[in-house]
Structure formats: structure tokens, C-alpha cells
Design a protein around this ligand. Sequence first.
Ligand code: HSE
Length: 399
Amino acid sequence: MVKVAVLGYGTVGSGIVEVIKTNQDMVNKKAGDEVDVKYILDLRDFPGDPYENLVVHDVDTILNDPEVAVVCEAMGGIEPAYTFSKKALLQGKSVCTSNKELVAKHGPELIRMAREHNCNYLFEASVGGGIPIIRPINASLTPEKIDSVSGILNGTTNYILTKMEREGSDFDEVLKEAQAKGYAEKNPEADVEGYDACRKIAILSSLVYGKNVDFEHIYTEGITKITTNDFKYAKKLGYTIKLIAKSKCVDEKYFAFVSPCMINSENPLYGVNDVFNAVMVHGNTLGSTMYYGKGAGKLPTASAVVSDVIDCAKHIGKTIFCFWEEDNLEISSMEEDVRPFFVRVKGTREDAEKAFGKMQFVEADVAGEVGGVTEAMSEKAFNEASAKCNMISRIRVEA
Ligand code: HSE
């Protein structure tokens, strides 16, 4: 029997219990043992809940119980999740989590602690919710030298951008509607400013390159400045606008960013709409692979956590391979990154080309300005050029 404790009985925590109970036979069969939820830690009581008798308020009840082999941390945030996770690992209890903030900030330390105590720190649900992506990177893509990983890693912003494109509505209007429907948080900053996607691309990049990618070194730009006029131009160009999180290795230099980007229909991320997420990984001999699915939601996220619980149950006393060293990977300045830019300029086409050089212009019936795409240039050259004209806005163009 593998005894499990769930820390936090909110959306994800209750989902974990629900997935285990709903699929108990399958979970037991796949784990090769009976998986049993022994405790649920929460500050609150849950009178009337079918598992109210499992609720405890003191984490030490769990930490001091030698029977508990796996702890699911579904509390979110850094503290007390960090302290509780460390204490569990030091006792040789495996920890499974959906907590991207904690994994991005302390992942390599917690992975090391798990290794030192012959247990596991697993976080399949921390990126892409229910999409299997961490396990494929750790287990299936191991022969590959991965040179890029990119994706749509935030469902809220993808929903907003999809609606803006389809309905021609403004950002603020769509955000309000998304909040009313419960798709966007009351405080949407982490999503719309790109911070959530930044944590997720930091985790993926650390795993594919093997060294820690500090999320604070990742250039991060959100979607708050994207307008309906941008979508008018994008449509005329055959592009759409997505919040892209990407890292890549070019000539031995590593780049990482989160930014709204124009992408064309040949990019597989073009068709990823609404709250869906997708991740593309490019390996040197394999080429591109893509992973698609629900990036959030109670049961998809919980299912990913339970997949980790099963892996832990199958590996009691053993640590599963994870390639993420504590040393930081050097991330090059965005100024050195090279790409075309979509740019809107107040003035004439001549004014724009005087600043940016040859451009592909497009007519989108927006008065008093011109818009078009530059040739590929470094961000540094682009920034210098933009100072030479009356630029309204720019959006990066990604292949
Ligand atoms: N706020 C996140 C999103 C939830 O919108 O994708 C999943 O991490």
C-alpha cells in the first residue's frame, strides 16, 4: 500500500483526490500497488465532503507519519509550499506538484534533495497542465540535442487573444468577460504580463538544456498593449498574434523570451486557440515534436499530478533521472537576437523605410499610419532604428 498526503484542498488538491478515487483500479494497476489517500492538509474544514475525515491541519501529522510515501503539494506559491516540500524530501517522502512558481524558483535544489534521499520531486503538472511534456523530455527525448523549445503556455492569454482576433474586441473588454466567466483570475497580472508563461518556459528550458534557466533572466513582455488594429494588420499579412514563450540555442548562445509574436499559418502553434496550450520541441536528429492539450483546469492538472504519484509509487527508494543542474545557464541579451519585426509608424512608408530599411507593407485601413514587416535584424539594430522615426508599436515576428 502506498500512502499519499495531499497538501492543499483547493481546485488542484481536490482534483487529485477525485482522480485517484475515480480511477482507483487503474491507478493501483499502473502503480503496481494500492494507492491510498491518507491525509488532506488544509487550514479549513470541509463538513459534508466525502473525505472530510482525512483532513488535518498540522503538516507534522503527515511529515511524522512513516507510512506516507508520497506528498502532493497543491498549495501554490512559494511559502509554506517550499518549506513543507523540503521537509518531506528530507524524510525520504516523494513530492509531486503543479506549483510552477516553486519549481521555477527552487526546482534544482529540490531535485537534488530528492536524489540525496532516494526519492523524487516530480512536477509534470507545472507546465501545460494536463499535457504530458516533462516526462517526454526526461524519458523520450533523451538522445536528442535539443536546440529550441517554444509554446503557448498560458491558457488565459491564449483565450483573450483568440477572442480579440475572432470578435474584433478590445483587450480590456475580453479580459472583463474572461474574468466574469472564471477563465481569468481577478488579479490577472501573472497571466497577462507573461509572468506565468515565463516560469513555465524557465522550467522547460532548464530540463532540455540541463542547466538552470533563471526565470529572472528571461525577457518577458505581456499582451496588454496588443490592440484590435494589430489584429487587422496581422490578418492582412496572413499572421495571427500569440503569446509565445521560447528558448533556443543559436551558435552556442542561448536566448529565452516571452513575448506576443506574429506567426504565420505554417507555424503549428498558429492553430492553437482558446484555452489550449501547446509545446514544440526541436531536436537535432528528431526534428520537431509537438504536444497539445488543456493547459489548465482541475482534472487535467490533477491527472498530471496523479501520473507523478504513480511514477513515485513505482520507484519507491529510487530516484528517476532528471537532467537539471543547479548551475545557471547563461542567457544572452535579447539585443543580440535576430528576427523580422512588424512595425506601425506614424508617417509615410518612406519615413518607415528610412528608419528600418526595406519593408513589406500592408494596408489595413488604419488612418494616419503605415504598417509592415522589416527584414530580419537584431533587436539592437531595431531599437536604434525605431528611435529614428515616430513608431507607434512593434510586434516580433517568429518563424
Ligand atoms: N493561469 C494559468 C493559465 C493556469 O491561464 O494557463 C495554468 O497554469
